[in-house]
Design a protein around this ligand. Structure first.
Ligand code: ADP
Ligand code: MG
Length: 613
């Protein structure tokens, strides 16, 4: 009887039991022993500990013990701390935007306790005695008074004993140890004022006192065998963002990123954009695929970071990654110069194999058209302001002047300082093009070198980004629409980027499982083979995505690069001037979208020094 069957099979919707919810949450929050270590040490730091002891047995599968001398947990609250979403750290939604503590979800203790046997002993300063609680697989086994010093000890034993699948998923002991030690190191770096003892599998890996409180000492102790003189310091403060870093000199760099620790608002994070910002600051001093050792702390307005992306909180999303990248790049570079490592560059950037664009005259026509229609051209003060010469001679082996810590290129990370001469594109003497790429201008006591490709790229990048964000793209219809077959991964990228591609002037539609049909391309790029152009842009998007850029920016960057005048394109004096005037109207006129410099200054003084005058 169908009726009978239906009632039999009736599926009841009901809330999951709390223990099961915790166990599910544990799957996300506690992916491996290193995550337990992180949560427990963060709790200790949040509790204001000045000393933390961590002891790991059998790479965390046997036990993870963290003892702190922090504020402790009130005896009456000890059981509540294991309740789901129980936290003493936030009360309302506003707090969530301005989180200063590490924890805030109130998820760690219940999650950990649901997949292990957890023993917590804690005592506050005003309690008569300590209290111990034992929770196994999420079930409270016992709560009782015990003698204990002020502070908290949490011991997590038999991790994942009741989740065999997860346990099997763990990597070798050696790998888990690496993860544990990496997290311990990061936490110790993030709190140089806290004493830290770390013992794993019977070996004491580090014992840091709370007396060596500066970042440099701690970075050297943890990452460079205590050799602080292998590190240089980076410090920068721009528009409410601050950077503090200790990085190794080029000769102490590694072939992988394992020695580089990044923090945003004191939280250990991973970010390829940040890594790139740092390494690009070393310029030619760092071989491709080499990375410095050290620690980088970026402090930004908490509303600019979304740490909530993933419960383990190692991934972050920054509102303006590009800006963070560029500021880091400049700050690192400036410090290397100041330390005398990075000489004043006289040849800039990577000019090898520039991508194909369309002809110089075509590009320049567009530029000049924009120049005559654009605003602000007649305001010489604005231009002077934009080209204010902010730099001073840099230290180089030949420089006899007292060392200066300034770079020789215009530096967007610094406010304008005392002016020694200015580059006014209207009045500067155009001296010609050098090497098919560099435009030379003389102005006052200085020689200015402009990378024509980088300059044009910057102009087109900002134009394209504006169009993508605000509409108004010019398309060129193709006489014959073309179909393009894409490999699966690229098709997925196309799907993600479809809206932005449309906004930038492509008319492209799905046309079969992995095929798209192109019927128009952005007007600026209409000279190129549409199939090649389209696949090249999709490839760029893929690469940029790995580096963490958003799709709008990566498409704007890719299009700008392809439409720019290239190395080898000859341009006239009028065209050169049109280019620098356009450049003066861009938002960031100092670096191209890849972060390379656009304009360099060589002072008369530097030349005199080089010639021994
Ligand atoms: P969260 O850290 O997100 O608040 P947890 O589950 O990690 O959540 O901890 C729950 C609560 O237990 C914390 O808010 C804190 O009040 C208390 N607690 C946990 N560990 C400690 C510790 N080591 N010292 C003092 N209090 C602690
Ligand atoms: Mg916590």
């Amino acid at each position: 009887m169908p009726e009978q069957n239906a009632t039999n099979k009736k599926r009841w919707i009901r809330p999951l039991p709390e223990r099961l919810i915790n166990k599910i949450a544990a799957g996300e929050v506690i992916e491996r022993p290193a995550a337990v270590l992180k949560e427990l040490v963060e709790n200790a730091l949040d509790a204001g500990a000045t000393r933390i002891d961590v002891t790991i047995e059998k790479s965390g599968t046997k036990s993870i013990r963290v003892t702190d001398n922090g504020c402790g947990i009130d005896p009456d609250q000890i059981e509540i701390a294991f309740g789901r979403h129980a936290t003493s750290k936030i009360n309302n939604f506003d707090d969530l935007e301005h989180i200063a503590s590490f924890g805030f979800r109130g998820e760690a203790l219940p999650s950990i306790a649901s997949v292990s046997r957890t023993r917590l002993v804690s005592k506050t300063a005003d309690a008569d005695s300590g209290r111990e609680i034992i929770v196994e697989a999420g079930v409270v086994q016992s709560v009782k008074p015990v003698a204990a010093p002020v502070g908290t000890t949490v011991e997590v034993a038999n991790l994942f004993f009741n989740t065999p699948a997860r346990k099997k998923f763990l990597k070798s002991e050696a790998t888990e140890s690496q993860h544990l030690t990496r997290n311990a190191t990061a936490l110790a770096l993030s709190a140089p004022q806290t004493g830290f003892l770390y013992t794993i599998n019977g070996r004491k890996l580090f014992a840091l006192t709370d007396r060596e409180t500066d970042l440099r000492t701690r970075t050297a102790r943890l990452l460079l065998g205590n050799n602080a003189d292998q590190l240089f310091a980076v410090q920068s403060e721009v528009d409410g963002m601050s950077i503090r870093a200790c990085l190794s000199f080029p000769m102490f760099c590694r072939r992988n990123q394992t020695g580089l620790y990044l923090f945003i608002n004191n939280r250990y994070i991973r970010s390829q954009v940040v890594v790139h910002g740092v390494t690009s600051g070393y310029a030619e001093l760092l071989e491709r695929g080499h990375y410095p050792v050290g620690s980088v702390f970026i402090t930004v307005d908490p509303t600019q970071v979304d740490v909530n992306v993933h419960p383990t909180k190692a991934e972050v999303r920054l509102t303006d990654e590009r800006r963070v990248h560029d500021i880091l790049h400049q700050a690192v570079k400036r410090s290397l110069r100041a330390s005398g490592e990075l000489p004043t560059p006289h040849v800039v950037g990577d000019t090898s194999a520039p991508p194909k664009g369309y002809s110089a005259s075509e590009a320049i026509r567009r530029l000049k058209a924009a120049e005559t229609t654009g605003p602000a051209n007649s305001d010489p003060n604005l231009l002077r302001e934009l080209y204010r010469d902010r730099s001073q001679p840099a230290t180089s082996p030949l420089t006899t002047e007292p060392p200066q810590s300034e770079p020789t290129e215009p530096d967007m990370t610094r406010p304008a300082s005392a002016e020694t001469g200015s580059f006014d594109p209207d009045r500067a003497l155009f001296m010609g093009q050098f090497g098919g790429l560099y435009l030379l201008f003389a102005s006052g006591e200085n020689l200015y070198v402009v990378d024509q490709h980088a300059a044009h790229e910057r102009i087109l990048y900002e134009e394209t980004l504006h169009v993508v964000e605000h509409g108004g793209a010019a398309s060129q219809n193709l006489l014959f629409p073309v179909t393009v077959d894409l490999p699966a991964d690229q098709y997925a990228l196309y799907e993600q980027a479809a809206d932005v591609l449309t906004a930038s002037g492509f008319i492209v539609e799905p046309f079969g499982p992995r095929t798209v049909m192109l019927s128009a391309v952005p007007a600026a790029l209409s000279r190129q083979s549409p199939e090649k152009l389209f696949t090249a842009i999709i490839c760029d998007v893929g690469e940029h995505q790995q580096a963490g850029f958003d799709i709008k920016k990566s498409i704007a960057q890719s299009m700008a690069c392809r439409a720019s005048i290239m190395s080898g394109d000859r341009i006239s004096e009028d065209e050169a001037r049109a280019l620098v005037i356009q450049l003066s109207r861009t938002k960031n006129r100092h670096t191209c979208p890849h972060g390379r410099p656009i304009i360099l200054k060589i002072s008369r003084y530097e030349l005199d020094v080089k010639f021994g005058r």
